[in-house]
Design a protein around this ligand. Structure first.
Ligand SMILES: Nc1nc2c(ncn2[C@@H]2O[C@H](COP(=O)(O)OP(=O)(O)OP(=O)(O)O)[C@@H](O)[C@H]2O)c(=O)[nH]1
Length: 351
């Protein structure tokens, strides 16, 4: 995805995480309120009612903290840890007389969604180990543990299955997201930046250059008579020529320059901190390198290059349009050449 798209997708994910966490906190608050009143007034168990009160208080406090978006991750971790430990304590305090431990199965999916695959795995593994340790200890102190062994084994197995399923699902989501990000930034055939991403990088280079008082050069490179190559050698060879032309261009420019595929048989290069004279040398280097190297199993080709350098307060579109104008003249003048933008004469003030 472009930086903008990646940012937007991340915002959506964070908003969804916050929504789920709020829904869970609401559930915990209602549960704490209802069971607290029931345990206090109906069953006369003030200790258990006090734990219910903690469930309610934890939910309200976390809800308030969540109003600050930057606290989402720490609040998520704190909520999972707090309720995980409270759950185990509740189970022990109620002498395992209720089914509160089934809530243990809710924590791993929540942890994977809120903390990602790595954080979710770590949290769920630690929590599952704690639950298993509790089983083991309770069984050594029988008859404190009234739940039957098969029920406990089933719960343990559900916890492990949840860890596997939700880790798999979260990893799949993360991999799909990374692949979408790659596809939306790079050209599928050549692996160079695509037009949108190149545009975003050019915008950034120009803004930085403006702050530093330097200039940014743009070079548009168009392979000459590419249609003939396709017609004579076929589209597969044409594709290979495009891939190798991209590699050839990337090999001769600086690591700080960015190379993109502008579309079809046209490439674009941005050279930060570069004046017109420097850009003209880069363009000549690119042109000569493409002319010298037979590409796609021996296809000889040439390229025309148009060069422009940004002017103060100029837009990306206008800079690219001037580079395109220079490229158009290179084609008109017979191809296989570098043409620089027409430098505007500074008007001489009238005496
Ligand atoms: N193999 C292949 N060909 C492509 C691709 N994209 C565009 N082309 C071809 O590139 C050719 C461009 O043709 P023109 O725009 O006429 O340009 P040209 O033949 O290079 O001529 P000049 O630019 O005027 O020198 C067309 O035949 C397109 O089909 C691609 O991804 N793969």
């Amino acid at each position: 995805m472009t930086d903008y798209a990646v940012g937007a997708a991340t915002e959506i994910r964070l908003a969804r995480q916050a929504s789920l966490l709020r829904a869970m906190l609401l559930l915990a608050a209602c549960y704490g309120f209802v069971t607290g009143l029931t345990n206090f007034f109906v069953f006369s168990r003030p200790l258990i009612a006090a734990i219910d009160g903690l469930v309610l208080a934890g939910a309200v406090l976390s809800w308030l903290l969540l109003r600050q978006a930057r606290l989402l991750w720490p609040v998520s971790l704190a909520v999972l840890t707090f309720y995980g430990l409270l759950l185990l304590f509740y189970f022990i305090a109620s002498e395992a007389r209720n089914y509160s431990l089934v809530w243990a199965a809710v924590l791993p999916p929540l942890a994977f969604f809120l903390l990602g695959s790595r954080g979710g795995t770590l949290f769920s593994a630690l929590f599952s180990l704690l639950v298993l340790a509790l089983f083991a200890m309770s069984y050594r102190q029988a008859p404190v543990m009234p739940l039957e062994l098969p029920a406990l084994l089933n719960l343990g197995a559900v916890l492990v299955a949840h860890c596997i399923i939700f880790r798999f699902s979260e990893r799949s989501r993360e991999l799909a997201y990374a692949e979408l990000a790659r596809l939306s930034q790079y050209d599928e055939l050549t692996g160079l930046l695509n037009r949108r991403q190149f545009d975003a990088e050019l915008r950034q280079h120009m803004a930085l250059a403006r702050r530093r008082g330097s200039s940014t050069a743009v070079l548009l490179v168009d392979l000459d008579h590419f249609k003939h190559i396709n017609d004579r050698h076929g589209h597969l060879v044409g594709d290979r020529v495009l891939v190798e032309a991209g590699q050839c261009i990337s090999a001769v420019v600086r690591a700080t320059d960015s190379v993109g595929r502008w579309g079809g048989e046209e490439f674009v290069i941005v050279c930060p901190d570069t004046e017109l004279s420097g850009a003209s040398q880069v363009a000549e280097k690119v042109r000569r390198s493409l002319e010298r190297s037979p590409l796609g199993d021996g296809v000889q080709l040439s390229a025309s290059v148009g060069v422009a350098v940004d002017r103060s307060e100029e837009s990306v579109e206008s800079l690219l349009a001037r580079a395109d104008g220079a490229l158009y003249r290179a084609k008109e003048q017979g191809r296989n050449r570098v043409v620089l933008e027409e430098v505007m004469e500074t008007p001489v003030p009238a005496c």
